[in-house]
Design a binder for this molecule. Structure first.
Ligand code: FAD
Length: 381
């Protein structure tokens, strides 16, 4: 049997699809138009079990595999990029590092509330001088008699300011060893003195998702708030991004699937020259190309997930999947608009939102250019 398409996985897909169609789709256009982050939808996603799909049940997760998680991201992105961003960032960037690198105490104290939808957790790598280059972080953690004092500013942080946000995992410089900076990751709670956050409005895409700037002005945290082990921060962040790329790829795949379905339906309904435009070969070939690219993207992505689930190296394949799925999202949403033509340029059509939402996917969690470096390194170059 094809391991990607078991009955259990297809039943799970249908369950998430039903939820997305019923709860998210009717609200997506208005939330996007008003740049509204929906606390209610975020909580509903948690109650539906969409946080911690691949986390063991003992911590409150569903104990399923990576492909199942990726199917869920795909299904949410099929109807709305913003909610998919909230969900995927919380899972891949918020929850996953705590589960993968945290101490037992950190996992037991933080994970239950992060998995049931009560709270969200963010991930802070990016700063003014640290985008593609993680080593550029200027945030500093200074050892004090009793814990660490953190000073720095993070930008473009998903889930960074909404009322459910409970804290963030931040990468900070901790000192020097052999002439090189050392880095650790810290779990910083929102209620820490000196912590402030502000939502960044005016995005082109994912307008209903929460993007924020976070300022830490000598935030005092305990030694026990280092994520896992001291001075392992850079490796933890880069490993987190390897897995995170699978979820950005899933957002690309889901967006492409949604755009394709819209274009197919419209092509059968819209008539010109006395017949549906789907009768014209140029439109048929566009739809055939879209379907082919989506099928290739899905197989590439699921293979990368399968490698991860089977404890095999998957960094190169995750980079390939993210690169290809984000390209397919761009191409399919663009051709989707072409099929809608004039009608696709107005905000009352979901295809307009999908066309804007695709644009982040070639940028976040490794730009296309950086992914080509990762793939080249995977080739030993
Ligand atoms: C909506 C949104 C949400 C985000 N959420 C988060 C989050 O939750 N947490 C977080 O930490 N970050 C987050 N980010 C940050 C995101 O991951 C970065 O924007 C991304 O990594 C790129 O960094 P940059 O924008 O600084 O681009 P830069 O690194 O400045 O890149 C500029 C250009 O130079 C190219 N370039 C850079 N270095 C090289 C090189 N060595 N070789 C070839 N080309 C190169 C890039 O490909 C790009 O084309 C988010 C960003 C956005 C927009």
């Amino acid at each position: 049997m094809n391991p990607y398409y078991t009955n259990e996985k297809e039943a799970f897909r249908q369950k998430v699809r039903l939820f997305a169609e019923k709860e998210i789709k009717p609200l997506a256009q208005e939330l996007d138009a008003n740049e509204t982050f929906s606390v209610e939808l975020s909580q509903k996603m948690g109650r539906e079990g969409l946080y911690g799909i691949d986390i063991p049940e003992e911590y409150g997760g569903l104990g399923m595999d990576t492909i199942s998680y990726i199917i869920a991201v795909e299904e949410i992105a099929r109807v709305d990029g913003s909610q998919a961003a909230t969900m995927a960032a919380h899972n891949s960037l918020g929850v996953a590092p705590i589960y993968n690198f945290g101490t037992e105490e950190q996992k037991k104290s933080l994970l239950p509330d992060l998995l049931n939808g009560n709270k969200l957790w963010a991930f802070g790598l990016t700063e003014t001088n640290a985008g593609s280059d993680a080593r550029g972080v200027d945030t500093k953690a200074t050892k004090m008699l009793d814990g660490w004092s953190i000073k720095g500013r993070k930008r473009y942080i998903t889930n960074g300011s909404n009322e459910l946000m409970d804290g963030i995992t931040v990468l900070a410089q901790t000192g020097e060893k052999d002439g090189k900076s050392t880095y650790s990751t810290f779990l910083v709670k929102r209620d820490t003195s000196g912590f402030s956050t502000q939502r960044t409005l005016g995005k082109m895409m994912w307008r209903a998702s929460d993007t924020a700037e976070i300022n830490m002005d000598n935030c005092l945290v305990a030694d026990a708030d280092i994520l896992g082990t001291e001075n392992k921060g850079l490796g933890q962040m880069l490993k987190t991004l390897d897995s995170g790329r699978l979820s950005i790829a899933a957002m690309g795949l889901g967006l492409a699937q949604g755009a394709f379905e819209m274009a197919l339906t419209y092509a059968k309904e819209r008539e010109q020259f006395g017949k549906p435009i789907s009768n014209f070969q140029s439109i048929q070939f566009k739809l055939a190309d879209m379907d082919l690219k989506i099928e290739l993207a899905r197989n590439l992505l699921y293979k990368a997930c399968w490698l991860k689930d089977n404890n095999q190296p998957f960094g190169k394949e995750a980079a390939m999947a993210k690169l290809y799925c984000s390209d397919v999202a761009a191409e399919v949403s663009d051709e989707g608009v072409q099929i809608f033509a004039g009608a696709g340029l107005f905000k009352n059509q979901d295809i307009e939102r999908f066309y804007r939402d695709h644009r982040i996917l070639r940028i976040g969690e490794g730009t296309t250019e950086i992914l080509k470096l990762v793939i080249s390194r995977g080739l030993g170059l």
